[in-house]
Write a protein that binds this ligand. Structure first.
Ligand code: PMP
Length: 285
């Protein structure tokens, strides 16, 4: 991914892709003092850009560092990097990290770096293809308690759990992993939030120990506008037995139905279809 043409915005400059590098003694690499975002551009416009830039700033704050750029500057840099790369439908990856001035757990004076990359990434699956649904297995890894880690931060360190879960699932032939939380309640998939349809109403776990996804918030709003009932609450995994439909939400996943979680089976149907259509409309597809 590092050897290609294109441009990456880094620390205020537009650099050729191959020159956007960090030193091996970067604090972010050794101690996970790094936060990032995942955004999607539709037709040249990042969906919910202000929310994503704001979350990057908040994520860094939760790890104790302040970005040297405000939201408006991040928004402008994002637009500039999309333009420089000629990307209209794509993925945007901002990342911020502590630099290499000091090596040790304490590195409060290290320079804070920010980079924004993007690449073409059209939404591959149309609504019909997505209705086939994903197959998930339940991960042995649980999301940590909010007292254990800054769970509202989109912090690189927290993705150790996601990568372990995703790899274990893929090794066994599943599409993705469902992670439970520290209490054994339903949390989220490796990079997406989860919704259950029970008796025609939506239920989704309260985001206490995982990211309150921007897509999740959007879907809750859209669903309520459509007259669907949405309840945020603790959800026990045994409740999957009562769910008729299940779907995931995320910037990359958009709205993706699930057809199986372990021994539980679901049939993506009218509610999934309705939510996908509403989300596609909202992003301007
Ligand atoms: N949880 C995790 C672990 C994620 O990586 C993501 C994707 N950013 C989400 C949830 C969904 O968040 P969003 O809708 O803001 O993309």
């Amino acid at each position: 991914f590092d050897d290609r043409d294109g441009f990456i915005w880094m620390d205020g400059q537009m650099l050729p892709w191959r020159e956007a590098k960090v030193h091996v003694l970067t604090h972010g690499l050794h101690y996970a003092s790094s936060v990032f975002e995942g955004e999607r551009a539709y037709n040249g416009q990042v969906f919910k850009l202000a929310e994503h830039s704001q979350r990057l700033i908040r994520s860094a704050g939760l790890l104790g560092f302040a970005l040297p750029y405000d939201r408006a500057t991040l928004d402008q840099a994002t637009d500039a990097v999309l333009q420089a790369n000629g990307v209209r439908d794509g993925y945007v990856r901002p990342v911020a990290w502590r630099g290499s001035e000091m090596m040790g757990v304490s590195a409060r004076h290290n320079r804070i770096h920010v980079a924004i990359a993007c690449w073409a990434w059209p939404s591959y699956f149309d609504a019909d293809a997505r209705m086939a649904g994903l197959r998930l297995t339940v991960s042995k890894w649980h999301r940590p308690a909010p007292e254990t880690a800054p769970t509202q931060s989109k912090a690189a360190g927290l993705y150790m759990i996601s990568t372990l879960s995703k790899h274990a699932a893929e090794d066994e032939g599943w599409d993705d992993a469902l992670m439970l939380d520290h209490r054994g309640q339903v949390a989220e998939a490796s990079a997406a939030n989860i919704f259950l349809v029970i008796d025609g109403a939506l239920h989704t776990p309260t985001p206490e120990c995982f990211l309150d996804g921007i897509t999740r918030q959007t879907v809750i709003e859209l669903a309520r506008e459509m007259g669907l009932s949405v309840t945020e609450r603790a959800i026990d995994p045994s409740e999957f037995a009562r769910a008729s439909e299940v779907f995931l939400t995320g910037t990359a996943a958009e709205v993706t139905p699930v057809r199986q979680i372990g021994d539980w089976h679901f049939t993506p149907g009218a509610v999934c279809q309705q939510v996908i259509a509403a989300y596609d409309r909202a992003v301007g597809k």
